[in-house]
Design a protein around this ligand. Sequence first.
Ligand code: SF4
Length: 403
Amino acid sequence: MELKEKLKILSDSAKYDASCSSSGSYRKNNGIGNAAPAGICHSFSSDGRCISLLKILLTNCCIFDCKYCINRKTNNIKRAIFTSEEICNLTINFYKRNYIEGLFLSSGIIKNPDYTMELLIETITLLRNKYHFSGYIHAKAIPGANNNLVKKLGLLVDRLSANIELPTEESIKLLAPNKNSNKVENIMNLIKNSKSRKFVPAGQSTQMIIGASKESDYEIISKSEYMYNKYNLKRVFYSAYISVNKDKYLPTLELPPLKRENRLYQADWLLRFYGFKTNDLLDQNNPNFNILLDPKANWALKHMEEFPKEITTCTYNDLLKIPGIGLKSAKRIITSRNKFKINFNDLKNMGIVLKRAKYFITCNGKYFIDSSLLKKQFIETNLILEDKEKINKSITQLSLFNE
Ligand code: SF4
C-alpha cells in the first residue's frame, strides 16, 4: 500500500480522538503552504501555545471490540499499519515544510498491549535518536501494557495519555468489554508518581466519550474531578459521541451532542480555575447542565443570595463567581482598584462582559441597571437571549466578506 493511502486511512482513524482537533481544511497546495494534508490538528503546549500536530494512528488494526469505535475488530474497514521509518519520514518531512510542530501518535492494539507499546517505543526512539527530532510528541499509552514499557515511553514523549473513555465501570463493561478502568488508572498513577523531570514533562491527559453511555453530566464531571485530584491530570477531554457503528447497546443519535460537550468543557474550566466543585454545580437531584445557560450563570441564578458582589471590595475568589468575569478580568480589577477608584466604564475597558455581569454586581454601591428589575426570571431570560445572540453572531461572523 502506498504511503499516501496509509496516511489517509490512519489519520482518518485518528480523528475521533479529541485531545487535538483536526484542521478540517481541504484547501489544495497551489504554491507555498498547505492546510490540507490529512491528519494535521491543533493542540496546546504546556505554556499555552497553540501548536499543529501530525495526528495519526500507528495502526487501525485492533484486537479489541469497543462498540463505539470505528476501528473495532468486527468492523469491515480498510486496515493499514505504518512502519517506524514511515512515521519518522512523515514527521520530519511535514516538520521541514512547516506543516507541523509535533506528532500525536496513538494506535489500535495489535497482537497485545505490550507488543503495541513496543512498536510505539521503537518508532519514537527512532524519531528522537536517529532523526534527532526534538519537537513535541504526545503519545497514547496502551492500557494493560507492562509498567516498564510505560516508563520507557514516558521518557521519550512530552505528553502521555491513557483514555478512560467512559465514566463508570458498568459502561466500560458494556461498551468496551476488553477494557477496564483499573488498567487505565494504573497508567495514570504511574505517571503521577514519577519523580523524573524528564518523564512526561507536559503532563498527562485523558478522554471521555459523551453520550455513548447513559451517565449524567454529574457522573461525568464527578469522574473528572476525581481524576484531576487523584492523578494530577492536565486535561480531561470530552468527545461528543459520533455514531459510526450500529449496535443495540449504543444510542441512536442523529448528531453528536456538541452543546452538551461544550457545557462539560465550561464546567471543567470552572473546576480547574474558578474554585468550583462538582457538588456546587450539580447533584443527584439535578444531574444535568442546563443546555440554555452556561454552568456559571446557572449556578449564580440558583444562588442569588450571594449577589450582588461589590466589585470594589469583594475578594478575588468572589470576583471569579460572577458571570461575565473571567480570570484575566478578575486580576485586572484587583490591580486597578488598588491604584484608583474604579467605575462601570473602567470595568468595560477591562474587558468585563457587563451584558452578563451587570445583574450580579454593584460598583461603589450602585447597580448598573434598575435594581427593581433584578428578579431571577428576568435575569435568566436575558442571559439566555444573550447566549443565543452570541451563537448567532459567531455564525454570521464566519464570513469576513459579507456584503
Ligand atoms: S482499543 Fe477500542 S477504542 Fe481503541 S482502537 Fe481498539 S477498538 Fe478502538
